[in-house]
Design a protein around this ligand. Structure first.
Ligand code: GAL
Length: 667
């Protein structure tokens, strides 16, 4: 299961930016890192301009010293290529490195990732520096991992400049083969937009808000591939000089991501994620669980992945950056570990006093070691050390899956749509929440996955779906599983063209139900269903064709028509949910589905008690995280790895607390 070994146990650490501090501070840093149990730090992530001081002139002295200091103190280095932040001299000499927005505005220097993925000048300078870095440190024993750039796409996910336009055309030629194929795929007969030569094709530009959906989706795909190509170019240089594994920190969350990380993950030695909870999200632990389940779902063979960044408190980029509540640092970090991360890392080690991120939280906050955060950071380090044997183990195989796809998300959120306010993350997260509440594990997976292991597969608002993927999803009920499809799934093919003959074209036959008219609701409008639930945002006119109605619309011109349908197929079932059900209705439905499909619960407990198992060769490990403010009782037995004492079979997880049980009975 394990492919890379970054530390003897689980990884613990964060971004370390010694270049921001006087040399004397470094000694205190490493002393405190050891006190907290830090064993890996991301080093040099924005240190291009502080090493390559002028074109080709490099001063490695501080980095040499930092690498050595960490090594001598037994702290591993996750060495970053600093290419997210090109130096000022480079941006000044070549201002056209910067990406161009859809409205033609060229982003000036001053931020990060201010480079166009198609810029040859940027690529040349970046790779030259990466080669110099890799030559210098590639064989250094401190270097455990390479960290390419930083959050590629964060700031430069789409570049609309002429260079990108040319690159996009080359990509299209490879993908589509001929101009005729492009015209057909994009339906350019509409509005007379037919292309007569490749040069006429441009990235979506301007502000009119009605881009051709086929062009738009292809441009999104191209943009993801262009950034991936940059990652691969850096990786190739690193691997020429070093045997250390290579990864990059992704930004995987609930909604449509900036790039299609599912296609990136196989190119990493260990998939890595940055996850920040929304301070105003009342269920942030479930958002976190969703992101973690998505990481596992895209990691090849469900291998362990790594939480590369998170925060110990308020980030500084949200509107009101509230601190975490007591206990959250530990619960959130162990939540990621429970779901497959082989460690927990933060942005950043020591809080900066200046610069854009001067108010961002850190492992060592401005208030120093007397702070609550520091105490919890030390506590987390102790916990992770006690969980060393969990490293490399797999998360228990899930029996449920939720299918998510960035292409579907991009397609849903762009252009003229029946409802222009739908956010892609909403339905996947609502369905995930329903399973999370009842301690049912689910993988969040891309549509190209193998669904054979799953008893329940949920397909929420997957607007765009390719025929091969649709085929494998349709096979789920045929082989005795349960397939649940929501509104706006399978409405369009992989080219973003509507499938005709009744919605949802890709699934209507297997569902035994179809709809012919969409009734998105107006703002504030609500429609009752005959099971008592009240729907906002989305309804549609459904017809039965082999399925039975589970519940129907009780109001509006749809009254009397089916809202949720179910078709029995041998031992399997195919469900269609045509309305945007409120979370409580989704919870009820998911309870029924989970019971019918016999989905295992990790433990039986109240909602808010999170329970997930990791399974090794000799033991299984039950993570119990109590996100509620009352003690929770569960049945489980074994050695509590955090206290070192035997526990169970009746055990209590204190309010806000965590327990990790090495179980007596191996699963
Ligand atoms: C991340 C980024 C870090 C830091 C952090 C603050 O997106 O990778 O460098 O800026 O946000 O939350």
């Amino acid at each position: 299961m394990e492919r890379v070994r970054l530390a003897d146990g689980l990884v613990y650490g964060g971004d370390y930016n010694p270049e921001q501090w006087p040399r004397e501070t470094w000694d205190e840093d490493v002393r405190l890192m050891r006190e907290a149990g830090v064993n890996l730090v991301t080093l040099g992530v924005f240190a291009w301009g502080t090493v390559e001081l002028a074109d080709g002139e490099r001063d490695w002295s501080w980095l040499d010293e930092a690498v050595l200091l960490l090594y001598e103190n037994g702290i591993g280095v996750d060495l970053a290529t600093p290419t997210a932040a090109p130096p000022q001299w480079l941006l000044t000499a070549h201002p056209d490195i910067a990406p161009v927005l859809a409205d033609g505005y060229r982003e000036p220097a001053g931020g990060r990732n201010a480079w166009c993925p198609a810029s040859e000048v940027y690529r040349r300078y970046a790779l030259r520096h990466v080669a110099a870095l890799a030559e210098r440190y590639g064989a250094h024993p401190a270097v455990r991992l390479w960290h390419v750039g930083n959050e590629l796409g964060g700031g430069n996910a789409r570049c609309h400049c002429d260079r990108s336009a040319a690159d996009f055309r080359t990509w299209l030629q490879k993908q589509r083969g001929s101009l005729e194929a492009v015209n057909a795929a994009w339906g350019t007969a509409q509005w007379g937009h037919r292309y007569g030569s490749w040069d006429e094709i441009m990235p979506p530009r301007g502000r009119h808000g009605a881009p051709n959906p086929g062009l738009h989706l292809d441009f999104e795909r191209y943009s993801s591939d262009a950034l991936l190509a940059h990652y691969l170019a850096e990786k190739e240089v690193l691997e020429r000089h070093s045997a250390a594994p290579v990864t990059t920190n992704m930004m995987v969350g609930a909604g449509a991501q900036v790039v299609d990380y599912a296609s990136w993950a196989p190119h990493t030695a260990i998939a890595a994620n940055d996850h920040y909870t929304g301070v105003n999200d009342p269920l942030r632990e479930q958002d976190l669980a969703f992101a973690a389940d998505r990481m596992r779902g895209m990691s090849p063979d469900r291998r362990p992945w790594l939480l590369m960044e998170s925060s110990t408190g308020g980030p500084s980029w949200q509107r009101r950056n509230r601190a975490k509540d007591p206990g959250e640092i530990v619960r959130h970090s162990l939540g990621h570990v429970a779901r497959g991360s082989d460690g927990a890392m933060f942005f950043q080690w020591r809080a900066s006093t200046s610069g854009a991120e001067q108010f961002h939280s850190a492992m060592l906050p401005h208030s120093g070691t007397r702070s609550r955060v520091w105490k919890e950071v030390v506590e987390l380090g102790r916990h992770l050390a006690k969980l060393a044997e969990v490293r490399g183990t797999a998360v228990e195989g899930a029996k449920a899956a939720i299918v998510v796809d960035d292409a579907a998300g991009w397609a849903l959120q762009h252009g003229l749509k029946p409802h222009r306010g739908l956010s892609y993350g909403r339905e996947p997260r609502t369905w995930h929440r329903a399973l999370w509440r009842r301690q049912v594990l689910c993988d969040v997976v891309p549509p190209g996955s193998d669904f054979d292991a799953y008893d329940l597969v949920i397909v929420p608002t997957l607007l765009v779906v390719g025929e091969a993927d649709a085929e494998r999803l349709r096979a789920v009920p045929e082989r005795g599983g349960t397939l649940l499809v929501t509104y706006l799934s399978g409405v369009c093919d992989a080219d973003n063209q509507v499938l005709t003959g009744g919605f949802p074209g890709a699934f209507r036959e297997v569902l035994g139900a179809w709809s012919d008219e969409f009734y998105p609701l107006q703002e504030g409008e609500r429609v009752a269903l005959d099971d008592g639930s009240v729907v906002e945002d989305w309804t549609e006119r459904v017809h039965l064709d082999g399925a039975e109605a589970v519940c129907g619309y009780a109001a509006s011109s749809l009254a009397g028509g089916p809202a949720v349908t179910r078709r029995v197929i041998g031992d399997g079932a195919a469900w269609y949910v045509s309305a945007a059900l409120p979370p409580e209705a989704v919870d009820r439905l998911a309870d029924r589905l989970a019971a019918e499909a016999g989905l295992p619960r990790a433990v039986e407990a109240e909602p808010g008690l999170e329970a997930v198992r990791r399974v090794g060769d000799d033991h299984s490990y039950l993570f119990l995280l109590n996100h509620t403010d009352t003690d929770q009782n569960v049945t489980a037995a074994g050695r509590d790895l955090l206290t070192g004492e035997d526990a169970g079979p009746a055990l209590t997880v204190p309010a806000g607390g965590v327990r990790v049980i090495r179980e007596s009975v191996n699963r």
